[in-house]
Ligand binder design. Structure first.
Ligand SMILES: *Cc1c(COP(=O)(O)O)cnc(C)c1O
Length: 402
């Protein structure tokens, strides 16, 4: 039996490799940052991390983490309800709730767990869940754990969403589920319009704001702030501490206090998984205080994003328009996207080519992600490298003006 399974696994791996889909992991021999050292010693500029605010190895954050380690220890060795809740765990939950204008929040080991644990305690067979077709895998998995009736609406298609809300009118509860920002295109869910539909059809709105919390919106409070719906009572948010907010790990759900309290009683990834490390918790609290004091980091990220998007557009690249620090540079052809990423690495720019099945067939691209830690020089260096490689591959729309 084991032998047959192992043979099957080998064959699967060969199929993955043959289809060109094998994910090889590149080894990094430095902290996560905009300037990293690869295992072979090559120093490159990193343009593919979710390190939006540059906090992953920021000196101020490292110092805060050292202090947290000394004061609170390394691990909790317990779930929350046995002996795994320090004062800082509750402090962070209140801090997150205040920051996002919600009544309360609940921590998880990751946003994957938050999304895996948020649906099953709240929704049953008599309920309806309406989900954008491009929602994150963890939302899809979380929804699968319920017996609720599932409706998948076309990506950001409000007419389709409305039709499905009408179909779902006989359900006990309705919840519309969407990413705030979609990771492959950097496009936003128009939460003002979606929330109007939710109000018209008496539905809750759950937004996974992992690619937005900390930097989207004028003060970094995410997609709800950008669309003016912060603090709305029928809004439930999930997000991660593993991207802009330090990039270590951790996730949360924020929303109405009774819902959060019920999740604490019934949500399985919360009840049956270890407490977040005190180092992560205390440091995350510092990060939220910093973001509440000043918008300096998200402002720098915004300026960097503009500089990069303008530079690449001027150079003649086909990029998806927008203002999010996720910048999709469209190549359409999978082989070309991967060749271009290789050539850029030779030029000291680390980016990744994405192709089917991560993006639809014929939509291959390079996805660049900007960080507040990039300097204008880093960005200009990247624009120069893209232009050189783009010219060599003959993909620029026109010759750049010199
Ligand atoms: C990254 C991401 C997650 C997973 O977050 P983790 O904290 O790393 O588990 C969930 N949802 C979305 C939309 C994401 O982008």
């Amino acid at each position: 039996m084991a032998k047959a399974l192992i043979e099957w696994a080998k064959a699967q791996l060969q199929d993955i490799e043959a289809a060109g889909l094998y994910k090889h992991e590149r080894l990094i021999d430095s902290p996560q940052s905009v300037e990293i050292t690869l295992a072979d010693g090559q120093k490159v500029l990193n343009f593919c991390a979710n390190n939006y605010l540059g906090l992953a190895s920021h000196p101020r954050i490292i110092e805060a983490a050292h202090r947290a380690l000394d004061r609170w220890g390394y691990g909790m060795a317990s779930v929350r309800f046995i002996c795994g809740t320090q004062t800082i765990h509750r402090d962070l939950e209140r801090t997150i709730a205040d920051f996002l204008h919600c009544e309360d929040s609940i921590l998880y080991a990751a946003c994957f767990d938050a999304n895996g644990g948020v649906f099953e305690p709240l929704f049953g067979a008599e309920d309806a869940i309406l989900s954008d077709e491009l929602n994150h895998a963890s939302l899809i998995d979380g929804i699968r754990l319920t017996k609720a009736k599932r409706y998948v609406y076309k990506h950001l298609d409000l007419a389709d969403l409305e039709a499905k809300l009408q179909e779902a009118q006989s359900a006990r509860f309705r919840v519309v589920v969407t990413d705030g920002v979609f990771s492959m295109d950097g496009d936003y869910a128009p939460l003002d319009k979606i929330l109007s539909l939710c109000e018209a059809y008496d539905a809750l709105l759950l937004v996974d704001d992992s690619h937005a919390t900390g930097f989207v919106g004028p003060t970094g409070r995410g997609t709800p702030e950008k669309f003016g719906v912060l603090g709305k009572p029928n809004l439930l948010l999930t997000s991660t501490l593993g991207k802009a907010l330090g990039g270590a790990m951790g996730g949360f759900v924020a929303g109405p206090a009774p819902i959060i309290a019920l999740l604490r009683q019934r949500s399985r990834p919360y009840l049956f998984s270890n407490s977040l490390s005190p180092v992560v918790v205390a440091t995350a609290k510092d990060i939220f205080s910093w973001l509440s004091e000043t918008t300096e980091l998200r402002d720098r990220l915004e300026a960097n994003t503009r500089r990069f998007r303008e530079g690449l557009t001027r150079a003649g690249f086909d990029i998806k328009p927008g203002d999010h620090p996720i910048v999709p540079i469209m190549l359409y052809d999978a082989v070309l996207a991967h060749r271009m990423a290789e050539a850029l690495l030779q030029e000291g720019i680390y980016v990744i080519g994405f192709s089917y099945p991560v993006v639809p067939r014929g939509q291959a691209r390079i996805r660049v992600q900007l960080s507040a830690a990039h300097t204008p020089q880093h960005i200009d260096q990247a624009i120069e490298a893209f232009t050189k490689v783009g010219r060599n591959l003959g993909i620029l729309r026109y010759s750049p003006v010199s």
